[in-house]
Design a protein around this ligand. Structure first.
Ligand SMILES: *Cc1c(COP(=O)(O)O)cnc(C)c1O
Length: 359
């Protein structure tokens, strides 16, 4: 039987080594005489886990000292609320970039707190392109600018960081740790863990210190960055197991050579998959090549009546979860850090074989 490769968009595949490691640690963690899931978050064993994970992430992303790193709950979706709650700071408007599904969710939530100025809108090209930055309509009176560096569903990824005279906020859920990012260019970076960090439940928030302490009045205390920063993300019980798993993934990533090394592999994986798609008349991807995602590769078959057969055959060949999001249809291969290059090679081989038989 072929090796199993999981192309799920999220919750997504974990590195095999990490799965083996957390399995071994599940019943008895280190010297704790209990499972990592059974010990106090305030005890010395978990505190070490928490601090090490935070330090490793700081190292991996080269996070400057004037940023706090928080391990929160509520997913990226809770940040859709926490960003306006904390960053409006007396202003009434915010800039939002609409490049797809997750941008739209963030915008809808922000509109509950403030006026939203849409700087640019990729709806006009079905989220296959990003308008030239010089053409964007940025409102200088806004409190911040929010964008989604990688749109997970359409597979649309920025190759630049927008700049404006205000904090830049990025939902990096599906591209964090996939390539080098200059954290100092951002006011807030956030990411749910279940794509490229670990398991669902924990959400990483990297926030510049001057943006902490300005939350709107009468909001949930947990949604105030200053509460979370003051209590080291332990105002209440954190998601200990998800935090621990994230820490193991950070260690794994460091052992791979860090972000610089994994980025080279990610670029190569994505490039060869897009190349295979472009080289065939049977498969296609409509995204402007400049903005094609390294992490999520949607593609369609020339004859969509073959979709079900493609999914059945690929599943039987141990290539899992290739069904595209229902809003786009077709296929999507999510190839996060944990997807080995051999998985992409196996997919490309399968695709060529399928085309030969049915194309
Ligand atoms: C998956 C995803 C989300 C949603 O994350 P939750 O943790 O389910 O709230 C938000 N933004 C992006 C870019 C995503 O990929």
């Amino acid at each position: 039987m072929n090796e199993i490769y999981n192309f799920s968009a999220g919750p997504a595949a974990l590195p095999k080594q990490v799965l083996d490691q957390i399995q071994a640690e599940l019943v008895e963690y280190g010297n704790a005489k209990a499972s990592i899931m059974e010990i106090s978050h305030r005890g010395v064993d978990f505190m070490q886990v928490a601090d090490k994970a935070k330090q490793d992430l700081r190292e991996l992303m080269n996070i400057p000292n004037n940023y706090q790193v928080l391990f929160l709950q509520g997913g990226a979706s809770a940040q859709f609320s926490m960003v306006p709650i904390n960053l409006l700071r007396g202003k009434t408007k915010a800039n939002y970039v609409n490049t797809g599904h997750w941008s739209i969710k963030a915008i809808a939530e922000a509109q509950r707190y403030c006026q939203v100025n849409i700087c640019t809108d990729s709806t006009v090209n079905q989220f296959t392109n990003i308008e030239d930055f010089s053409q964007w309509n940025i409102d200088e009176s806004c409190a911040y600018l929010h964008y989604t560096p990688n749109e997970t569903i359409a597979g649309l990824e920025f190759d630049f960081i927008p700049t404006a005279d205000m904090p830049i906020v990025a939902d990096m859920s599906s591209m964090i740790l996939s390539r080098e990012v200059d954290v100092s260019k951002f006011g807030v970076i956030y990411a749910g863990a279940q794509k490229n960090i670990g398991i669902a439940g924990v959400t990483i928030v990297i926030v510049r210190e001057d943006l902490i302490g300005h939350a709107l009045a009468k909001q949930p205390i947990l949604f105030d960055y200053s509460t979370q920063a003051k209590y080291d993300s332990m105002f209440n019980t954190p998601t200990t197991f998800a935090w621990h798993t994230a820490g193991r993934v950070f260690e794994w990533l460091k052992a791979q050579g860090g972000i610089q090394a994994i980025a080279k592999i990610n670029e190569r994986k994505a490039h060869k998959l897009y190349q295979a798609i472009d080289d065939s008349d049977f498969y296609s991807n409509a995204v402007n090549p400049k903005y094609r995602s390294w992490m999520n590769v949607p593609f369609s078959l020339a004859d969509s009546s073959l979709d079900a057969l493609f999914l059945e055959k690929s599943y039987n060949a141990n290539l899992l979860a290739l069904k595209g999001h229902k809003s786009v249809g077709g296929m999507r291969a999510s190839i996060y850090n944990a997807m080995p290059e051999s998985g992409v090679d196996a997919l490309i081989e399968f695709m060529a074989d399928f085309e030969k038989h049915y194309g």
